[in-house]
Design a protein around this ligand. Structure first.
Ligand code: HEM
Length: 414
């Protein structure tokens, strides 16, 4: 059993750089070949990069999300000041302490309340709505022979789908994207005051909106998730904070990530023309192709855990309180887990990628996300031909997210 390394090599690892945004995989490969957890001072965190280490931490019962298991209230408050997370009353009530950030019994009971909503039979009811919405989006651009894929298409996909899942009226779905982006941006490593203010005011605005919509659903319940959650809240099975934070989490968790994976998935196909042709000729490969998109270029490549006690993790002894960074996107390119890991293989089987995490916090929305991608890519391949990059694409910067700012493409209607 080895302790965490006392000294370590300098590693060229700058996740805010343009180079990393363009292609983080060489930096990830360096981390993996180092072979041990690597301390990233910029974020005060030990990065896990190999698949077996990331999967072990994600499934370890003592690797938890909430700092409460390892710090006193005063220590948490001091840490929040250091990280510029303090003085954010709305953000801390409804975003920082959601089901995603809870552990143990609290986490399980919140997760149980919404678990069934995400099962495939419930989602099948959404299929026709999602297909019609995606066809309408494509109708609007198909005669132009080109589009900026992110702005003109991908960014418009998830809002109405998640909105309809939760019970947000279609006419109100417009601001969801901006709300979710403005709140989620504060989870990345740039914690400037301007970004903080934006996250806080947007959370307050979102909260007001949800209160108004809740009143409406309380007066006139519908067959939707929000009406069912309100019934639980009114029966005192959920606190107001848990109710609001769960609605916010559902709206935010699947928004930016879906936009990003749509761009990443299309870019992967355009960079692997043989695989694109293979998929056109064998549409039954769509399920494995979509899984491969998540493995090949995960849109949420990084999440943290705390060691709630001294633990052993694949031969490393990790002291209580250690902050661990789980690099899902890096683990997904580990040759030890995926032969020819840097190659996009539309038919890859098995594909035990970890883009949706693993263990207690495994993504609840993974069936919904995969259903959306299935519909989008089947529709794009059916209705468009000769899809090509049309101009320089621009990547978003950051460690927690991976996607495109812009991805211009040209095409012809099929
Ligand atoms: C589109 C791509 C998506 C990716 C890559 C993704 C990825 C993830 C990951 C990695 C986690 C676990 C975080 C951790 O390890 O700490 C997670 C949790 C979660 N995701 Fe997703 N997600 C996606 C879409 C969605 C969608 C569409 C929804 C819902 C509409 C959703 C809802 C959730 C929820 C509620 C959790 C919290 C689960 C828990 O803590 O028990 N996700 N997601």
């Amino acid at each position: 059993m080895s302790g965490l390394p006392a000294s370590q090599p300098d590693m060229d690892f700058d996740p805010l750089s343009a180079e990393f945004a363009d292609n983080p995989y060489p930096a990830y490969a360096r981390l993996r070949s180092y072979g041990a957890p690597w301390y990233f001072a910029g974020y005060d965190i030990w990065l896990l990069s190999r698949y077996e280490d990331v999967a072990a931490a994600a499934t370890h019962p003592a690797c938890v999300r909430s700092p409460e298991a390892v710090m006193s209230r005063d220590e948490i408050a001091a840490q929040q000041v250091r990280d510029n997370w303090h003085d954010m009353p709305f953000h801390s009530r409804f975003v920082q302490f959601s089901l995603l950030n809870a552990d143990g019994a609290v986490h399980q009971s919140l997760r149980r309340i919404i678990f069934n909503e995400f099962r495939t039979p419930s989602l099948q009811r959404l299929h026709a709505t999602a297909q019609a919405h995606i066809d309408r989006l494509l109708d609007a651009v198909i005669d132009n022979d080109q589009m900026e894929f992110i702005e003109d298409f991908a960014a418009r996909v998830p809002g109405p789908v998640i909105g309809s899942f939760l019970g947000v009226p279609e006419d109100d779905c417009g601001p969801l994207r901006q709300w979710s982006e403005d709140i989620v941006q504060y989870f990345d490593i740039d914690r400037s005051d301007a970004r903080k203010a934006l996250a806080e005011t947007t959370t307050a605005e979102f909260y007001d909106y949800l209160l108004r919509l809740s009143d409406e659903r309380r007066r006139r319940p519908k067959d939707d998730l929000m009406s069912r959650l309100i019934a639980r809240y009114d029966a005192s099975e959920l606190s107001e904070d848990d109710y609001i934070s769960t609605c916010m989490l559902i709206l935010m968790a699947g928004h930016g990530s879906t936009i990003d994976i749509l761009g990443n998935g299309l870019a992967a196909l355009l960079a692997h023309r043989c695989e694109l042709a293979r998929l056109r000729n064998a549409p039954e490969l769509m399920t494995t192709a979509v899984q491969e998109m998540f493995r090949y270029d995960a849109p949420l490549p990084f999440f943290h855990r705390f060691a709630a006690r001294d633990i052993a993790l694949n031969g490393w002894s990790i002291p209580k309180g250690t902050r661990l960074g789980l690099l899902y996107g890096c683990a997904n390119r580990d040759e030890a887990a995926f032969p020819q890991a840097d190659h996009f293989d539309a038919g890859r089987t098995p594909n035990r990628h970890i883009a949706f995490a693993s263990g207690a916090h495994v993504c609840l929305g993974n069936h919904l996300a995969r259903m959306e991608l299935d519909i989008v890519f089947a529709t794009l391949l059916r209705r468009l031909k000769d899809i090509e990059p049309a101009d320089f694409a621009v990547r978003r910067r950051g460690l927690s997210v991976r996607g495109f700012e812009t991805l211009p493409v040209a095409f012809k209607a099929a």
